[in-house]
Design a protein. Structure first.
Lengths: 319, 245
């Protein structure tokens, strides 16, 4: 019995969500008296650092077939080392790539699968995990009964704990399965923080009146080191790309801070953001339903409040 | 061109979520059920590909008879026929196993799903089916074109998009941007009444996931209002009280 965790990387760098996943695995291993093996697939700098987050050993799998992400190839390789190491729990980040792998890993390991996991398991009687359901409107407790469990951990759900030391990295050669899919190109949004992983999100709605006014939203986001998001009407009107739409039929996010500007707070929007730790609402309508779900609120015109807020954010973060 | 589109039936997006029986069951009282919005995109794309090629787009759904109005909606959008596996959709692995078992000997060129269902949000049925049938599974696609048996696909990755080619068969899950969902017209609605809807009994599948209870998020403690003239106060509170920036 042991815990295996997939450390996802992008542009040779491990994602923050990978450090969370390793920290999570270490916590579960501590509770159940077992060890953590982190598995790094493809090119990534400094695999040894995964030890600092609690991995006892690190397995690195490399080769031309692993240079770009392919869920078939990655899942088969990860499942292979899980099998060899007799893994009882496999932890993967609940990112697009992670979820794409998790399903295939679960089939390969004949395991119980839970995605959207938001907390540590309760292992006192079985293996009970808490997962988000109804697009953030509720949580479910599910008992995983198979011998092997695959968990996809939602980013920003647990704290990163850095209390280990660099681990020994073992390169393992794993034969890549053949795939009829070939990645021919990537279009990365550079210099921006991915929305699903952002700790701070600045989001705006129809109250911004038009796409031309988004420079203020972006400026505030930049000052706070935040990702930008928007409401459904805004993406429906093509003011902003669909990938920024948070809400029931968009993305569900879980940042530490969510700032909503000119968004009234329809139930579908709240669904996507209600797991945020702190919510700030700025709206000129004091009756906007969003204020009921907020921690801090400002009743005011976005066009008057935002410039002052940007100024304050800039001087605060500069100090 | 033979396409299978997997469809789930979910509470309408405006539904207020509550639970009954000591928080062990979703309270279905007064809930309006709809075709999962992402599955509408999957079906629309399937039709856009199948129709010009003289192909078929079959709907498959795992669920009880209550789901039939939503299945008829899919048929009115243009699906060729439909299959309902007569079982409660217990969890993603159960649903995927039912679909994979039914589809395994039917030589579909592609199997499309929505990115996730908006109720349980698992987002894993597509890779589960892919793995069970040993075909590629491509998640959250935003573009799909087929040319001489090869598909060109774009999909969302965290912080960008990836472009890939894939030969058929494969499974893929539909994300926004893939297309605009079709709206059934009167002819479609009339035709849907007589389209075949087969009911198939489920195969026995061992599930390793048991839903035990549900919980609603903690309500907020109440909002603290800040004057619009002093937004710097907000920054100060976020820094020193909430400690989030």
């Amino acid at each position: 019995m042991s815990i295996f965790v997939f450390a996802e990387s992008s542009d040779n760098q491990y994602k923050k969500s990978s450090f969370e996943a390793v920290s999570y695995a270490a916590e579960v291993a501590g509770k159940t008296g077992t060890t953590v093996t982190a598995v790094s697939i493809g090119k990534a700098d400094n695999a040894a650092q995964l030890g600092e987050y609690g991995a006892n050993t690190v397995i690195s799998i490399n080769g031309p077939a692993f240079d770009s992400f392919n869920s078939e190839i990655y899942a088969a390789a990860f499942a292979e080392v899980c099998k060899q190491g007799n893994a009882s729990v496999a932890v993967i980040s609940n990112t697009y790539c992670g979820k794409a792998m998790a399903g295939r890993v679960a089939v390969a390991l004949n395991a119980s699968l839970a995605s959207n996991v938001v907390d540590y398991p309760d292992t006192s009687n079985g293996f009970l995990v808490k997962r988000g359901v109804f697009s953030g409107k509720a949580f479910a407790y599910v008992n995983l009964t198979s011998q092997v469990k695959v968990l996809a951990l939602t980013p920003n759900s647990v704290e990163i704990k850095k209390n280990g030391s660099a681990a020994v990295v073992t390169s393992q050669s794993v034969a890549a399965v053949s795939s009829t899919c070939t990645v021919t190109g990537t279009n990365k949004i550079t210099g921006k923080i991915p929305l699903t992983e952002a700790e701070v999100v600045v989001s705006a709605g129809r109250g911004m009146k038009g796409p031309e006014n988004w420079n203020m939203v972006e400026e505030l986001a930049e000052a706070l080191g935040a990702a930008t998001a928007c409401s459904k009407p805004v993406s429906d009107m093509h003011w902003r790309p669909h990938s920024e739409h948070v809400g029931q039929t968009g993305i569900t996010i879980k940042p530490n801070l969510y700032i909503a500007i000119g968004i009234s707070g329809a139930i579908q929007h709240l669904a996507g953001v209600s797991s945020s730790k702190v919510i700030v609402v700025i709206n000129k309508d004091a009756e906007a339903p969003f204020f009921k779900a907020a921690d801090y609120g400002i009743v005011g015109d976005a066009f008057e409040v935002l410039p002052k807020l940007i100024q304050a954010a800039k001087s605060a973060t500069a100090s | 061109m033979k396409i299978l589109v997997c469809m789930s039936v979910v509470p309408d997006t405006t539904t207020k979520i509550t639970f009954t029986d000591n928080n062990t069951r979703f309270n279905t009282a007064g809930v309006q059920y709809i075709m999962n919005p992402y599955d509408e995109l999957a079906l629309t794309k399937a039709l856009d590909i199948a129709e010009p090629a003289g192909g078929t787009a079959t709907i498959i759904h795992v669920g009880p008879a209550d789901s039939e109005p939503a299945i008829r909606k899919a048929l009115s959008m243009g699906a060729t026929d439909a299959v309902r596996i007569n079982a409660e959709p217990l969890d993603a692995q159960f649903v995927a196993a039912q679909i994979a078992d039914w589809a395994k000997d039917k030589a579909f060129d592609m199997i499309l799903t929505g990115r996730e269902s908006i109720d349980y949000n698992g987002g894993v049925v597509c890779p589960l089916i892919g793995a069970m049938l040993n075909i590629p599974s491509i998640q959250v696609i935003t573009k799909l074109e087929v040319n001489a048996g090869t598909a060109t696909i774009e999909r969302d990755i965290d912080g960008g998009r990836e472009i890939m080619t894939c030969t058929m068969p494969f499974a893929a899950s539909a994300q926004k941007d893939l297309c605009e969902p079709r709206i059934p017209n009167m002819r479609g609605i009339m035709a849907a009444r007589t389209k075949p809807l087969a009911v198939v009994e489920p195969v026995s599948v061992k599930t390793g996931v048991e839903y035990q209870s549900f919980e609603l998020p903690q309500p907020k403690q109440g909002v603290r209002m800040i004057s619009a003239d002093a937004p710097e106060e907000l920054i100060h509170l976020l820094r020193n009280e909430a400690k989030v920036i």
